[in-house]
Ligand binder design. Structure first.
Ligand code: GLV
Length: 319
């Protein structure tokens, strides 16, 4: 049985795969992802694929991999995988929810704090010698405590962001497909429609998956409804936000700032207009990037993969 792993992942996970009798492991040992052609070439006779969100897995690619039994993604989001195309070909699909929830919520809240209090800008200024004296109004931002946070999408990560917001004495409102009685009783969160959330929030934090319905669900129309003093935080997927319109909104002052961990094109091109704006904090998609969590994700992805190879139900199936 042949397995292709599309990037170097923690040894704990590779050991799990290697523990399967008769498995032949092929790991893409480069910091950059395989090109589509390289990926196609490496899975032509593979039985299992452990992939990352940087790999596009679709019907034409799968047609060149007739032996494939399982596609196991080391991430909770799987918008890079055409799940129906996998199902049509009898290929099981797995992802890694649960293990990254708190770590991603920590990052989302950290990004919210950093954007509100202008941490990146202040540190950059210190490093470049701009810190001349203690100054009454230099580097002043906005308070996080006693503000209102609007959480869009009350899934696992949204819930953990609410817990952190509650600790910071924020008023919590949320919108999404369904109500979550637990977040209401635990943290006093209030379920509202999206327009109300946009109008009332000082911080809007997005926690929806990328689907055809959520793609570009944030654009000028939504930014116009937000307070001019408000801050947008996105740690979900870049294309949920129309990035060109976000730049426009930030330039026009329709909203005050944005903290982004995800982008429409990743890595963010160095000539992207976002990089010329002072009122944004930009991170390289590191929501789940703690050593422990990335190791847990890799281990869970390996377990999904092994189950798929053995024709057993995946611990975390998708679809
Ligand atoms: C990371 O973005 C993930 O979906 O796990």
């Amino acid at each position: 049985m042949r397995v292709f792993v599309s990037r170097a992942i923690p040894k704990d996970a590779l050991d799990i795969i290697q523990g399967v009798q008769g498995v032949e492991l092929d790991v893409w040992d480069d910091v950059t992802p395989p090109t589509r052609e390289a990926l196609a070439a490496r899975i032509t006779d593979a039985d299992g694929l452990l992939c990352l969100l940087t790999d596009r897995i679709d019907g034409p690619l799968l047609d060149g991999a007739p032996r494939l039994k399982v596609v196991s993604q080391m991430a909770v989001g799987y918008d890079n995988i055409d799940v129906p195309a996998c199902k049509q070909r009898g290929i099981a699909v797995g992802n890694t929810p649960g293990v990254l929830t708190e770590t991603t919520a920590d990052l989302a809240f950290g990004l919210l704090l950093a954007t509100a209090r202008r941490l990146s800008e202040a540190e950059n200024d210190l490093r470049s010698g701009e810190w001349k004296t203690w100054s009454p109004m230099q580097w002043t931002g906005v308070d996080v405590h006693d503000s209102t946070i609007g959480i869009v999408g009350m899934g696992r990560i949204g819930y953990e962001v609410a817990r952190r917001a509650h600790g910071f004495e924020q008023e919590i409102i949320y919108s999404g497909r369904s109500r979550n009685p637990q977040v209401e009783s635990a943290f006093g969160a209030e379920f509202v429609d999206l327009d109300t959330l946009l109008q009332r929030s000082d911080f809007v934090s997005i926690h929806t998956p990328l689907t055809p319905e959520t793609r570009h669900s944030f654009g000028l129309e939504q930014f116009r409804k937000m307070k001019r003093s408000s801050i947008l935080i996105n740690t979900s997927r870049g294309p949920v936000v129309n990035q060109v319109e976000l730049v426009e909104a930030l330039r026009q002052g329709l909203i005050a700032g944005a903290g982004l961990d995800v982008f429409e094109i990743e890595p963010l091109p160095l000539d992207d207009p976002l990089l010329s704006l002072p009122n944004v904090v930009l991170l390289p998609h590191i929501g789940s990037a703690s050593i422990r969590t990335r190791t847990r994700m890799a281990v869970l992805a390996a377990r999904n993969l092994v189950a798929g190879l053995e024709g057993k139900p995946l611990p975390n199936p998708v679809g």
